[in-house]
Design a protein. Sequence first.
Length: 384
Amino acid sequence: MTYKAFEDYYKEAEIKHLVLFEHNGYLISPPFCTDKCKDYSNVMIYKDGGIVYIGIDTPPATSKYNSMAAVGDSLFFAPYGIWDSFNTVLELRNWKPVYHTIASDSKGQFYNMAGDGATAFAAPLGYDPVSFGLFIKDGEVKQIPIPESLALKRHMGCVFANGNYYSPPRGETLDYNTILKFNPTTEEVTMITVDNLPLSKRKYSDFIPVGNKLFALPFGREQELHHMLVLDTITDTTELVELTVPPFMKKYNIGVLLDDIIIAVPYGHKDDGDANHGLAFNTTTYKHSTFDVEQTFGGKYRFRCGIAYNGIAVFFPTGTPNADIIAVDKTGTVVFRKSLPEYILGRPIEYNGVLHTLAYQVVTKEHCLVTMDKDYNITFEVLF
């Protein structure tokens, strides 16, 4: 199969469901929607081999929902809408849809949302300008003002740690360098400046919590950014740890914590052939080493496509069907790999002791539930 990036399938495929969440014993998938099926509007619920659909009323949009958080007894989905004006926050309350319309109808508003059970928060991404965060509490959806910036795509991942929500700086401008912190009790926003951060677009995607510290892997459009960002959530102070890794663009969009070791696999730029360097980083000593994933092309492993499973970091190739599923131990040794070149895979989750993800068959257009057990046995169940 000729190499294709995930973005190519937005225009060509008919992917209705791709992201998967677990809640109270159920697998839940909101409408994802690529361009050819952007009017699709169902939430899919799966349990014990049976599927139920909840019909919802959302306007047409490409890539409607990428994130979900449970707040009290309700499930909330934050609007993404990569190319479309889409401003519907979806709530499932007792499995009944409730709609919250936010004032902004920018494109690509919120890629990820975190929650602590009682609240949820999404930092602004924004393919168009977005100057507020999304805060959910007591069934109410609030827009929290964020200091304005000329930078687009400001934040991507969001985590809850030590009583606050945090999101590292991403940004489409070279000099965007602020961590977003939100206190759900006081509803106060703090922008933490990262001093001496190298100039780069798309600096960091996500935080990985380790004790009271948060670690962000360098992504970056420029090779000069090869620094692990570390935030101490007690003092709100930062440090930059320079990584001794070969130079390549768009380094790491995903990392998995195994004990005190972060295992990361490369993303890479689609036009380059140098993104084969994985990373094993010790969060206690900051010692690190690289390993070879044996595939050099770009666009491989995307946001949160990895998971710790049975003491191993397992990564699904959510960037392109041309990359392999790989499993890596904490020494940086690849212990398993498998190619599924006819399937676009979603992010993995652990459910009933087995890894699950959704998959789209690029030839037949079938949607499948894919499972992988601890012995790396992979099964497919056609859903529709």
